[in-house]
Design a protein around this ligand. Structure first.
Ligand SMILES: Nc1nc2c(c(=O)[nH]1)N[C@H]1C(S)=C(S)[C@@H](COP(=O)(O)O)O[C@H]1N2
Ligand SMILES: [Mo]
Length: 517
């Protein structure tokens, strides 16, 4: 053996492990993309990790990566997988079979998880099995080239053949390259499922039987840096547990209303489109939105009142909750009364004049004024089960969040931006305030703990939306702290008591630091 080749062969074995696992992952992902998109090994393992992750880990992911939490998860999985793959290569070189067991175990775990996911079919295990088997074969073939004693054609008499490292390198590079090409191909094949996007683009929304009033004059303050009153779809925050955005063909979509009802109801897409549609401006907010955060947006939704559908089904007197379920298994528990009272709780198909964007629930989602999204805004919704809070817990309730999630009174400073340096002199402090379905009566602002100034409140679209506010300020040189607090339409003042988002929404005043120079 050449000097140092022992260590070097260690690196080579690790590289072989990486190449073998890349090869397996590629073939597994490609077979999934071609035959069983929902059974993609990455997607099922990632999805399961999302579901079993403790709430604090998800909060942390949202805090650290904001809406990029899913990309971060995929990268995390890839890094862990790469480490395991390298270790498997090293072990397999030491002891034939040891690395194979590890690689095989990943495949088995993937296959087992695939079978437990919502919507799993009889063959959902197959892509992970393909991945595991391909990785095992590749690992054995590659490591043998580093271990002439294992080579099938090893000459008798214990006399070992020299290792052909060039050959090894070529085979390893080839396995890795095939894996990468297969991964890319899988991605492209997956992109073809953007046919749902094509269906969406070709859709024409029905016109509303009941139009929303135009946005009132003076509702939108023209202040640079202030969030727009209506959030464009492309800028609308996205929060969900779906690692791969569900691709739902409207032609195959239906909504089943069942449980404690007089008669079960199934509504198809065609039937839904034929029902009278209503527009409503509603601000959606995430319970994970921390004080001053951006997980909130306002849109004009188009949909059919859920109230009407529940009335058709006939709801039992002792029911108090509707459990809505998405195609991907996510569930939300919504108090029955907010779906049957006179508020604009919609089974929505349109968002700001367009069909729902695929990542915002295409073709159909729920929108309920006054509740955080996790208990009301089910995207890709396919079932409404009329039931009781004491019978069933929804997705986030089983993870420690409150079963009911009314939106809390909140306000946010958008201008000046936190941490910014601004010029001395006349300037504007401006922001947003909200407590959907209650409404905001006023906003107060103070600088450096001084006395509260009353902000000018813009005209609100309605009590179901956020409202803009502003207050003039003469900025003097130095560092300053600006705080705001809202007063609700019912006369409550936003509490200064700071609480984290879990388990039912953050409280406290938004405070920013700016320096004037
Ligand atoms: N199917 C499904 N619907 C869902 C969720 C989800 O994880 N899956 N998350 C909910 C949460 S927590 C929020 S805040 C809103 C966010 O809606 P958006 O992504 O359209 O802004 O969707 C809700 N609907
Ligand atoms: Mo949320």
């Amino acid at each position: 053996m050449a000097q140092g080749s022992g260590t070097r062969d260690g690196y080579r074995a690790a590289a072989a492990g990486l190449a073998a696992v890349t090869f397996g992952a590629g073939l597994g992902e490609l077979s999934a993309a071609l035959f069983l998109p929902a059974a993609s090994p990455f997607a099922v393992i990632g999805g399961a990790l999302i579901d079993i992750a403790p709430s604090w880990a998800k909060d942390l992911a949202i805090a650290l990566f904001d809406t990029f939490d899913k990309a971060a998860l995929l990268i995390g999985i890839a890094v862990v997988l790469a480490a395991i793959a390298a270790a498997a290569g090293l072990l397999e070189r030491r002891r034939a079979g040891a690395g194979v067991v590890i690689v095989g175990a990943i495949g088995v775990v993937g296959a087992a998880i695939a079978m437990t996911r919502t919507g799993a079919g009889a063959f959902s295990w197959a892509p992970s099995a393909v991945a595991g088997a391909a990785a095992i074969v590749a690992l054995r073939v590659l490591i043998r080239r580093l271990r002439p004693d294992l080579a099938l054609a090893a000459p008798a008499g214990g006399e070992s053949r020299p290792i052909d490292r060039r050959q090894f390198l070529i085979w390893t590079a080839a396995a890795g390259a095939v894996g990468v090409v297969a991964l890319v191909a899988a991605n492209v094949a997956h992109g073809a499922s953007r046919s749902i996007e094509a269906i969406r683009k070709a859709l024409r929304l029905p016109t509303a039987a009941e139009r929303a009033a135009p946005i009132p004059a003076g509702a939108e303050l023209d202040i640079p840096g202030l969030a727009p009153l209506v959030t464009p779809n492309r800028d609308f925050y996205r929060i969900d547990t779906a690692l791969v955005v569900p691709q739902v063909d409207p032609a195959e979509w239906s909504l089943r209303i069942h449980g404690m009802v007089d008669r079960e109801l199934v509504i198809t897409w065609e039937e839904l489109l034929a029902l009278p549609m209503q527009e409503a401006d509603v601000t959606l907010a995430c319970v994970s939105n921390d004080v001053g955060g951006s997980l909130i947006g306002n849109a004009r939704w188009l949909g059919h009142p859920i109230r009407e559908l529940l009335a058709r089904a006939g709801v039992a007197d002792d029911a108090d909750m509707v459990l809505s379920t998405s195609v991907d298994g996510f569930t939300a528990s919504t108090p029955l009364e907010v779906l049957t009272d006179d508020r604009d709780s919609l089974l929505a198909i349109g968002m700001n004049g367009d069909p729902l964007p695929v990542e915002h629930g295409f073709p159909v989602r729920m929108v309920v004024p006054g509740l955080y999204g996790y208990v009301s805004a089910t995207k890709w919704v396919t079932q409404l089960e009329v039931t009781r809070f004491d019978r069933v817990d929804a997705y986030w309730t089983t993870r420690g969040w409150d079963a009911r999630g009314p939106i809390k009174l909140q306000s946010r400073i958008d201008v000046p931006r936190r941490g910014r340096q601004i010029d001395p002199g006349e300037t504007m402090i401006a922001g947003m305030a909200w407590q959907q379905h209650v409404g905001v009566r006023g906003v107060e602002v103070r600088v450096d703990g001084g006395s509260w100034m009353t902000a000018d409140l813009a005209t609100a679209i309605s009590d179901d939306t956020w409202v803009q506010w502003s207050v003039p300020w003469t900025a003097e040189s130095g560092d300053h702290q600006i705080e705001c607090r809202a007063i609700s339409a019912t006369g409550d003042t936003q509490t200064s008591n700071r609480t984290p988002p879990a388990p039912n929404g953050a409280e406290g005043w938004h405070r920013i630091s700016v320096s004037v120079a």
